[in-house]
Design a protein around this ligand. Structure first.
Ligand SMILES: *Cc1c(COP(=O)(O)O)cnc(C)c1O
Length: 387
């Protein structure tokens, strides 16, 4: 029998909860590095990079200390100057990496159906100062890579993907990781593969890979006279051990998480005023977040009241990515005259709810959350309210 969300003793439904590999598996991998006295950027990091490159079918994988550091270093190593076009509908770290490099962020709108950066709006935002496009695979749903690549090639721009959510995603049946000039994954605790903290840059370019290996180590290529401005963005051996241990059952976790996301769509997708982002039939999304769009007019209840109703039933949600970048202090005046016209981003950000979606949730949990969703709506239904 389905548990009712109001029943006493129902466990709190947390928004995120990483399924970590057994500690003894991590320790068994780490032991070797520890015994050898090599604690950072050693054999385990190299092993993790090789395993990741093979899985993602890309020539080079460079492990770094975080996804954000990876994005910062890629933009630096590509020697960019001028404007970078990125979506407003993303996590702010995407934009921070642009600002850290002294580049000018120009925010583009998203596609109404996929919620990913719109190639048409990217084209509209091109100027003679544009040097790069920084796309994002939002919730691990591949962006329109073909459309963006066409623009990048035509205008000789660099193309980088923030693939923080997308480890295990496929674009037209090929793993995300080899597209554009480089892709950058995050291995922080809310992502599908967890290194504690960490990031991974992938690229087919040997020249870029070499610069990035130097850049993550203060820019030092070995002659103590750095030519690329670097950082200490090395990955430690312990973090690599954790990532290697997690890699073993990544596929199971991804499948489980996709199942949870699909259940939400099956349970809630038919309600009037509720939509989910489209995934291309030849693509595979990771559903790092199971986000839905609640449109108040059609649904009959506002997003914030739904969120509050779920919270009162001990169900945690988030609003990724609301407010979008163009409503945040650091970006409000970014990119030209400061007047942003991003209607799709505004529409989606106004109604987005990211539902609890992780590998520890049972089908029963998801059914309970979906039932609670229906109850919150029913409780506010004007037709049912006594006057
Ligand atoms: C998590 C995330 C990042 C940052 O990754 P860290 O490893 O936490 O630095 C960047 N972009 C997006 C879209 C993210 O979700």
């Amino acid at each position: 029998m389905m548990r009712t969300p109001d029943a006493a003793g129902l466990r709190r439904i947390r928004f995120a909860r990483p399924l970590l590999p057994p500690l003894d598996r991590v320790v068994a991998i780490y032991q070797e590095a520890y015994a050898a006295g090599r604690l950072t950027d050693g054999a385990l990091v190299a092993r993790f990079e090789a395993a990741a490159a093979e899985r993602l079918q890309v020539r080079h994988a460079i492990a770094v200390s975080s996804g954000t550091a990876g994005l910062m270093l890629v933009l630096r190593a590509l020697d960019l100057s001028g404007e970078v076009i990125l979506p407003s509908f993303t996590f702010f770290a995407t934009g921070h990496a642009v600002l850290w490099n002294g580049l000018t962020p120009v925010l583009a709108d998203c596609d109404a159906r996929t919620w990913n950066i719109s190639p048409r709006d990217v084209e509209a935002k091109l100027t003679e100062r544009t040097c790069a496009i920084l796309g994002v695979h939002v919730y691990g749903n591949p962006a329109d890579i073909e459309g963006l690549t066409r623009i990048a090639v035509k205008h000789e721009l660099k193309l980088i993907f923030d693939a923080a959510h997308a480890l295990g995603a496929h674009y037209r049946h090929a793993p995300i990781g080899r597209f554009g000039d480089a892709e950058v994954f995050s291995l922080s605790p809310t992502k599908l593969l967890v290194a504690g903290e960490g990031g991974l840059i992938t690229t087919d370019s040997g020249t870029l890979a070499k610069r990035l290996r130097a850049a993550r180590n203060h820019g030092n290529e070995g002659d103590y006279d750095p030519r690329v401005l670097g950082l200490n963005a090395r990955m430690s051996e312990f973090h690599a051990a954790l990532a290697l241990a997690g890699l073993e059952d990544l596929e199971d976790r991804r499948a489980r998480q996709s199942h949870v996301a699909a259940l939400y769509k099956a349970r809630l997708g038919a309600m009037s005023g509720i939509t989910f982002p489209d995934v291309h039939p030849s693509d595979r999304a990771t559903f790092s977040n199971a986000s839905l769009l609640l449109e108040e007019q059609a649904f009959g209840l506002g997003r914030d009241r739904m969120v509050a109703g779920l919270r009162s039933r001990d169900i945690e949600t988030r609003q990724y990515f609301s407010p979008p970048l163009h409503k945040q202090i650091l970006f409000r005046h970014a990119g030209g005259n400061g007047s942003h016209h991003l209607p799709e981003t505004d529409r989606i950000a106004a109604g987005v709810i990211s539902m609890p979606c992780h590998q520890s949730l049972t089908d029963e949990d998801v059914d309970g959350v979906a039932a609670a969703f229906g109850e919150v709506k029913a409780a506010h239904d004007p037709g049912r309210r006594s006057t």
